[in-house]
Design a protein around this ligand. Structure first.
Ligand code: FES
Ligand code: FES
Length: 176
């Protein structure tokens, strides 16, 4: 029997959500993944809402605090400013991929040892900005570290311990 309900009024998913979703495939913390997301979504949203990776934080949402920093093809980026579509075919590393409780990255170990973490809100972003720095400059000066972390704001530590932690990690990673 033909339906008496016009097709435009039948219940079902809103047309936009299915038709306008974008398929993205990328490597996330070493594993190939895919997601279907609305084009307006950011990488930060994708990480937190689609993959439950909540290390990257939303502080300002406009590229000013660095709390959302992740690595995109090895470079530190503000995930709140990267549209999901830009990630297709690329490699993303979050703090969860840097190291975990069973195998902390030297940066994570030294942040703990040097008391460079207080509330921890800025820490994932700081760690990834520092990781990107050490990748391109394994022996940075204090000034170079400060410069590399200039986009990462911390309301708690005053930065001295953070810079010392990055220096110590660099020394350990270089076997010095
Ligand atoms: S939340 Fe992305 S820079 Fe502040
Ligand atoms: S440790 Fe609290 S904002 Fe940095």
């Amino acid at each position: 029997m033909p339906s008496s309900v016009p097709s435009s009024r039948r219940p079902g998913p809103p047309a936009e959500s299915v038709a306008e979703r974008l398929a993205i495939r990328f490597v996330l913390n070493g594993k190939p993944v895919e997601a279907r997301v609305e084009p307006r979504r950011t990488l930060l949203w994708v990480l937190r809402e689609e993959f439950d990776l909540v290390g990257a934080k939303e502080g300002c949402g406009v590229g000013e605090c660095g709390a959302c920093t992740v690595l995109l093809d090895g470079e530190a980026v503000n995930a709140c400013l990267v549209l999901a579509g830009k990630v297709d075919g690329r490699t993303v590393t979050t703090v969860e991929g840097l190291g975990g409780p069973e195998a902390l990255h030297p940066l994570q170990q030294w942040f703990i040892r040097k008391h460079a973490v207080q509330c921890g809100y800025c820490t994932p972003g700081m760690l990834l900005s520092a990781a990107a720095l050490l990748r391109r400059n394994p022996d940075p000066t204090r000034e170079e570290i400060r410069e590399a972390l200039a986009g990462n704001l911390c309301r708690c530590t005053g930065y001295v311990q953070i810079v010392e932690a990055v220096r110590a990690a660099a020394r350990e990673m270089a076997g010095r």
